[in-house]
Design a protein around this ligand. Sequence first.
Ligand SMILES: CC(C)(COP(=O)(O)OP(=O)(O)OC[C@H]1O[C@@H](n2cnc3c(N)ncnc32)[C@H](O)[C@@H]1OP(=O)(O)O)[C@@H](O)C(=O)NCCC(=O)NCCS
Length: 225
Amino acid sequence: MKPFDVAFHHATPHGVMSAIHIPDSPDPVPEEVLARLPAEEAAHARTLKGYRQPSFVGGRLALRRACEQLGHQVPPILPDARGTPVLPGTLSGSVSHKRDLAIGMVGSSVHGTLGVDLEDYGPARLGIADSVLRPEELSAIAPLPDARRWIAILVRFSLKESVYKALDPHVRRYVGFHEAFVEPDLQGGARIALHLANAEGPFTAEGRYDWLHGRLVTSVRLRRA
Ligand SMILES: CC(C)(COP(=O)(O)OP(=O)(O)OC[C@H]1O[C@@H](n2cnc3c(N)ncnc32)[C@H](O)[C@@H]1OP(=O)(O)O)[C@@H](O)C(=O)NCCC(=O)NCCS
């Protein structure tokens, strides 16, 4: 396992995903790794401090590999003013990272904007439920035993982070966790209903979740209804 090498590729109904190993260290990314990025992306990376630099570089390498899987060589992928990675108009993409892994997912923009999120399984933080879940979501998970309840909270939390990323290019504001209802099914899909405080939209959104290499990956595809 070499830092900044591909960890795995994965095809999903929302797009193709590539994962890149990143070093769990705040050390500057070596110049030979930055050289794998277009000059503008490398220049942006050099402005980032500590862990942000390797995570940004890992995310951009992942996005670029995912684009290649779809047969696209894309120009520099820079963040917009709110942090969304900007891809050419025919593509939608999203990034997520944990300390040692970055993922990038890319799909066709015909199907809408994309949001992706990566989560470790543990440690369980049952206490986040009240701030992340709506009352009807809390009722749905209340009867579950503790171990299953944590998974139920984590999947919903992650789906909401994915909602946030897919939705941000449309609404361009902070969206709270209570502004989305998510209901995972048992087949890796999830129903999503938005309750947007500013009544933007309407939007249609669909969610997916998957356990890959011991981690949770969720994605959301969202477009104007
Ligand atoms: C913005 C947020 C979702 C990012 O998630 P995170 O767990 O902190 O970090 P991740 O590693 O998963 O994602 C970071 C990536 O998200 C992307 N991103 C950042 N801001 C974004 C935005 N406003 N819109 C879309 N994507 C964004 C970037 O690609 C970033 O990586 P990069 O800077 O290397 O390109 C999170 O910080 C946040 O603010 N969450 C609270 C709001 C929320 O989730 N509400 C739920 C609504 S239903």
